[in-house]
Design a protein around this ligand. Sequence first.
Ligand code: ZN
Length: 250
Amino acid sequence: MPLLATEAVVLHAFDYLESSRILRLVTRDGGVRSALAKGARRSSRRFGSAVDLFAQGSAQLYVKPGRDLDTLSAFDVTASRAAIAGDLGRFAGASAIAELTLRFGRDAADSSLYDAVVAALDNLATAPAEAALATTLAGAWRIVSELGFAPALDICGDCHAPLDAAATVMFSHRAGGALCTRCGRLAPAGRVLPPVARDALRHFLEGDAGVPLDDASSRAHQRLLREFLGEHLTDGRPLQAMVLWEEQRW
Ligand SMILES: [Zn+2]
């Protein structure tokens, strides 16, 4: 079995049989993967705190061609990110980031995606509690950008005409972004996007949380992100962690 030695972050973990855990990881050199950590529940010696959510480290994975499940042989933790679990807003945000990565990521090397996830979780671990929501939005949109389906904001998503930065525009999830007046009128559905919200979105796509958002803007941005991701999902399953993050008010 080929060995894959790579940096990895734990995005989901659950118990398997009596003594093992199955981890879902994003890795620098193998993309999104599932790995069996044999005996991880019986002894913490072998994997240390690696089975904890959002921990990052050097992983050694045995990869069987044609199999969906790798075997984790070692995991040396370099960052545990325990601070994320200490605050509900941070934890809900990190869970939404993890879900987005697991649902849209592929099992092929993607160092830009890996770096975007690491940055999003690092920023969340150190963000003040009141900035957790905007930090999550920034992390999520940057990941969307690295995944290659960032929405158009400065040109019309349909006819590609340049858009006035000061204009309130229609945002169509189906068209993949902001629309000019003419295309906006023809679009079957969409959200009205004022210039301030479009500017915030531009910052989010760069991973920049920008200025703090008021409550109404936060809700509008959360809804926009969830609807946008829903439009790009092909399996019809809801984004549960994203919905929980959106419903959570703390
Ligand atoms: Zn247009």
